[in-house]
Design a protein around this ligand. Structure first.
Ligand code: COA
Length: 390
């Protein structure tokens, strides 16, 4: 086939960013971006946020069904048993620069976990279910400990050991601050974990699957997903939103800020989504939580500026389907809980690891190594000129 014909054929199926191209079959979650609807294993996210816990939601994602009371208790017990991290991991973290971003620390420590929990390099079809379960529990249980330990050690404080009598959310808050959370704080964190736990195919989930498709170990695969999540076009946007709100400073400034951005054709952090063409349902849930919090401790400037940006952008960006996504409001909620800005994306990872692992499990034994093609735009038959003639 002529080169030009080959090129024409590749171009006809080329979709930058793989937009609209299915890369896997999956029963883990479903999203309808036109109406703003998200389901995990067939259960809508609003119902889970209202009734479930992060532990139960993780079980649902991993095993496809809600657990019985006994199954949930056994799962929670296993998670608690695996929260602790080895002293060598803590020592490794101590040697990271104090300025290291917590996402970089998390990516490095998760990759390092693979050395402590070797994974059999056999063909996946033969992997024991117990091995797969161990990996999932180990990663879900340890991520909060890794994030909290790094957050404390970079300030020169000792890490706080996990407590077995606390839930996943409460224990994370405790390891971070040394205090038990108020019930509302615990609930808010728990719901934030639930709504961030899974979101169909996206850059970080795809990263997990691409790396795992070569039969690389799951710690390496999840570490790659964390790297992907860290970027400002993905999970990192929630940090940028807070920086933007700080820069705007007052509700009155919101209009000129927005207009300036639109004139310069710059993007506004926290708005827009590849799938949602309406308000992200997770943003709506987070606003509901935020309101419960402000009823108790008062409203703040962050929320009022964010609402103003949302309102003002409705007639311009909103019309084009560019609406608030989950990151637009998550940072505001976390800041109100006293959590440092650079921990927002690691919190996203603490939650999303359940979704990544559900997709990883689903691919085991049936995936094929990812090997897409490219559209070659370079030269053909180029001459090799000897160095003294160049
Ligand atoms: N502010 C202003 N304009 C935006 C925008 C935003 N936040 N998001 C998208 N647009 C505009 C683009 O400029 C582009 O306009 P054009 O067609 O006139 O060139 C159009 O909408 C399509 O944007 P594009 O970046 O191609 O869409 P995408 O589906 O590839 O990207 C995001 C989706 C999420 C990466 C994008 O909306 C974005 O960068 N948002 C800000 C970062 C963010 O919040 N990320 C978290 C996602 S959960």
């Amino acid at each position: 086939m002529a080169d030009s014909q080959k090129r024409e054929e590749s171009i006809s199926c080329f979709s930058p960013g793989l937009a609209g191209i299915p890369v896997a079959e999956s029963a883990v979650s479903f999203v309808d971006g036109q109406v703003g609807h998200l389901e995990y294993r067939g259960i809508d996210i609003e119902t889970l946020a209202e009734n479930s816990t992060f532990e139960e939601t993780s079980y649902l994602l991993l095993y496809g069904e809600l657990p019985t009371a006994e199954q949930l208790e056994a799962f929670e017990t296993r998670l608690k048993r695996h929260r602790r991290i080895k002293f060598r991991i803590r020592d490794m973290m101590k040697s990271f620069p104090e300025s290291a971003h917590p996402m970089d620390s998390l990516q490095a420590t998760v990759a390092a976990l693979g050395m402590f929990y070797p994974y059999p390099r056999t063909l996946v079809g033969t992997l024991a279910q117990a091995t797969v379960d161990d990996v999932c529990v180990n990663l879900i249980a340890k991520l909060p400990t890794l994030v909290a330990a790094h957050a404390r050690m970079r300030r020169g404080d000792d890490p706080i050991a996990p407590r077995d009598d606390l839930s996943h959310a409460a224990n994370f808050y405790y390891m971070l601050t040394g205090d038990e959370p108020y019930p509302l704080t615990e609930r808010i964190l728990d719901v934030a974990f639930i709504v961030h736990a899974e979101h169909t195919m996206n850059a970080s989930t795809f990263s997990t699957l691409v790396v795992a498709s070569s039969l690389a170990d799951p710690y390496t695969s999840i570490s790659a997903a964390i790297g992907s999540l860290s970027g400002p076009l993905h999970g990192g946007a929630n940090e940028d939103v807070l920086q933007m709100l700080d820069e705007i400073g007052t509700v009155k400034n919101a209009e000129s800020y927005l207009n300036g951005k639109l004139e310069r054709k710059e993007k506004i952090s926290g708005l827009g989504h590849r799938v949602y063409k309406t308000r992200d349902p997770r943003a709506t849930l987070l606003v509901k939580l935020y309101k419960q919090l402000t009823d108790k401790i008062g409203s703040d400037i962050d929320y009022r500026i964010a609402r103003q940006i949302e309102k003002l952008s409705e007639s311009t960006l909103g019309k084009k389907g560019i609406c608030p996504n989950v990151d637009f409001y998550s940072g505001i909620v976390y800041r109100k809980l006293g959590i440092p800005t650079d921990l927002f994306t690691p919190i996203f990872a603490i939650a999303r690891v359940s979704g990544w692992l559900a997709h990883w499990k689903e691919q085991l034994g049936q995936g094929r190594i990812y090997r897409p093609s490219q559209i070659y735009t370079g030269k053909f038959d180029a001459p090799y000129t000897p160095i003294d003639k160049r």
